[in-house]
Ligand binder design. Structure first.
Ligand code: FUB
Ligand code: ZN
Length: 656
């Protein structure tokens, strides 16, 4: 009599020998956006392909250049030096030990996805490395479709044994996303088919009426839904729904602690707040938004809206970072937003960005674009050093300048953030514009040319020219193939309180902030639009329930949050003795553009310096404080800790 395990093995070998049900890929691989919503019933705004947007000179072009020339090749070297690629070669016979944490395969896949996005943009410098990585990865797939360097050979018996913390499906999700991005770059299915074979393997064994399956780190949902969009195979969407809805047989099998930490184990629609591990919760919400976009299920929409409000109204940092607690890398309670202890992992800000992109697609609401822009310029952008060699895992809002706190590093044992940052920046052209049944929306401002089409299929080019976020003026030239009526929607950020829009030189009148300004008219080739955003320096206060920020203000300019770094302060001014002077003309800060800091201005801000520091831990309150006028220097937050160890703070005491 064969044991159960042996019978299962025979079964899987037989299944592997059956011809795999072919999955047709949608033919127009060139026309697919990062999140491809062409046929999605719940989408009000859809993205355009990365290849349809050519970025011109400017802020993100500089950042992307650094990613291409420095970050991507150096991370590949790190993978080689640290045996991460050898983990795959080992399965093809190389005599080495497996290295790295259980989820390290996913770091390679995210890196691959980043390069595939570059190729979508026409940047082929790193393509040979990617092709080599595809060969290495593909060679290790088992006959039955399984692929993971951890749960094999001497650890084969661990396979599927620890679904809660094992990351098998998390790694597969990233493999699928890499395969899809590569397919959309080249039309080549090789890597995507590797992922599909793994999914088929799972679908044979797991699911409703089969063995229950769950993933302790949401991610596969996003990937499966994108695979559905790419191939049209509905079983992938249903499989994602199976994870999101949670197998009813799991009820009672997952502890309360893990229900919170992993954000799985009960139906997504029963969630009432953002909690637990921030990346997991953010990816789960992104996957759920994808599910809504494909199914139009209103229960999902209601839950998503509720969770989003919970986040936006009480749990997001001003930098767009999320996750307050280092323990469990988790959300805290409402308004629990410590600065120095903030966990704010780069991946968590990215999850916030992904989620808001999908919410924007579902609703068309500018608040989602505002939040994703906030995360992009600040909490995500800070994760990559200016030279592209170092990465933040945490992105705190205050640092003591202690050299033990090595906030930027070339590598982390858990190196999830570096390739995640790379894939976001590589895919960025795909996030500037949106298309709807009414016309085109502009979500993000940067010099760029969109070469796309109108809903009726006729070609349309839009060129934006700007130095944003250095300045707030954006010029558009609109080039439809012929004269035609459609809507051009310009996002007016909530922070732009005095905005002007001119069409062919004529002021359109009042413009509402925090909304899309929709210009519906008959456009003819050569029409011009000018947008003038309000780039005055702003002072922002936090709700007093954020105890760390009481009596402090943050300084913002456009989408960029500023911070104060000790090394910039003149005459040895000590940051802890300094308060911003908001009396009189609070907007008196002036800016001097600095090449060093992403080309954005360093702000000279009126301040006061406390003369005597009272000694001792406690002291009587003084009736009047002895202040001396001073000038504080502020730099963009994303550039913090690029010039050595120095104290830093985003929230700064003020007098008024
Ligand atoms: O568990 C995989 C990744 O490692 C998570 O997304 C990050 O938060 C880090 O814990
Ligand atoms: Zn990370």
């Amino acid at each position: 009599m064969l044991s159960l395990n042996m019978r299962l093995s025979v079964f899987f070998v037989l299944v592997a020998m059956l011809p795999c049900a072919p999955v047709k890929a949608q033919s127009d691989w060139r026309g697919q956006a990062v999140v491809h919503l062409e046929a999605s019933p719940g989408a009000r705004v859809r993205g355009v392909p990365v290849s349809a947007v050519q970025l011109g000179p400017g802020f993100w072009t500089e950042r992307r250049k650094v990613v291409t020339e420095v970050s991507i090749p150096t991370l590949y070297q790190e993978f080689e030096q640290r045996g991460i690629l050898d983990n795959f070669r080992r399965l093809a016979g190389k005599q080495v030990a497996r290295r790295g944490p259980i989820y390290t395969d996913s770091d390679v896949y995210k890196w691959m996805e980043a390069v595939a996005f570059e190729v979508q943009s026409g940047e082929r410098r790193n393509q040979p490395l990617l092709e080599e990585a595809i060969r290495i990865v593909s060679a290790t797939q088992e006959e039955n479709g399984y692929l993971n360097t951890r749960y094999t050979m001497e650890r084969l018996s661990d396979r599927h044994q620890n679904m809660l913390h094992g990351h098998e499906l998390y790694c597969l999700g990233h493999l699928l996303q890499a395969g899809i991005a590569w397919y959309r770059a080249t039309g080549k299915r090789d890597l995507m088919d590797v992922g599909i074979r793994f999914v088929r393997y799972l679908q044979l064994r797991f699911g409703p009426e089969k063995e229950p399956l769950y993933d302790g780190h949401p991610e596969i949902e996003l990937a499966l839904i994108e695979l559905y969009r790419t191939t049209g195979d509905r079983s992938f969407l249903d499989f994602a729904g199976y994870f999101l809805n949670s197998d009813p047989r799991l009820k009672g099998r997952i502890s309360q602690r893990d229900l919170v930490y992993t954000f799985i184990g009960k139906p997504f629609t029963e969630r009432t707040q953002m909690e637990g591990h921030a990346v997991r919760a953010g990816y789960a919400a992104s996957g759920a938004a994808d599910y809504y976009l494909e199914t139009g299920d209103d229960k999902y929409k209601g839950t998503l809206e509720r969770l989003w409000r919970d986040l936006a109204e009480s749990k997001v940092y001003i930098t767009g970072g999320i996750g307050s607690r280092q323990t469990g890398e988790a959300f805290g309670e409402a308004f629990e937003l410590p600065n120095q202890l903030a966990y704010t992992e780069s991946c968590a800000a990215i999850a916030n960005f992904f989620w808001n992109w999908r919410m924007l697609a579902a609703t068309g609401d500018a608040r989602h674009a505002d939040l994703l822009e906030r995360a992009l310029y600040n909490g995500i952008n800070s994760g990559l050093s200016l030279d592209g060699r170092l990465y933040c895992y945490r992105n705190p809002l205050e640092l003591s300048g202690n050299s033990n706190d090595r906030i930027r590093n070339p590598w982390y044992d858990t190196t999830c953030c570096p390739p995640n940052l790379q894939r976001v920046l590589a895919s960025l052209p795909g996030y500037l514009f949106g298309a709807s049944s009414e016309g085109i929306a502009v979500h993000l401002y940067h010099t760029a040319t969109l070469d796309w089409r109108l809903p009726d299929g006729q070609p349309l080019k839009i060129r934006q020219t700007t130095t944003y976020p250095l300045e707030g003026t954006v010029h558009f030239s609109v080039e439809p193939g012929r004269e035609t009526t459609f809507e051009l929607g310009l996002r007016i950020p909530a922070w732009s309180s005095n905005t002007k829009v001119l069409v062919n030189g004529e002021d359109v009148g009042s413009v509402q902030s925090g909304a899309y300004h929709r210009i519906r008219r008959q456009w003819k080739p050569g029409d011009r639009v000018e947008l003038r955003l309000d780039m005055r320096v702003r002072h922002t206060l936090a709700n007093p329930r954020v105890r760390d920020n009481v009596g402090k203000a943050a300084v913002e300019r456009g989408p960029v949050v500023y911070c104060l770094e000790g090394l910039d302060q003149p005459d040895g001014l000590e940051p802890e003795k300094l308060a911003l002077d908001l009396r009189g003309n609070a907007g008196a800060a002036t800016g001097v553009p600095s090449r060093l800091l992403g080309g954005l201005p360093v702000l000279q801000h009126p301040a006061v310096e406390q003369q005597e520091s009272p000694s001792g831990l406690y002291h009587p309150r003084q009736a009047s404080r002895n202040w001396k006028p001073a000038q504080a220097r502020l730099v963009p937050y994303f550039a913090f800790a690029n010039r050595g160890f120095t104290p830093m703070q985003v929230w700064i005491p003020y007098i008024e």
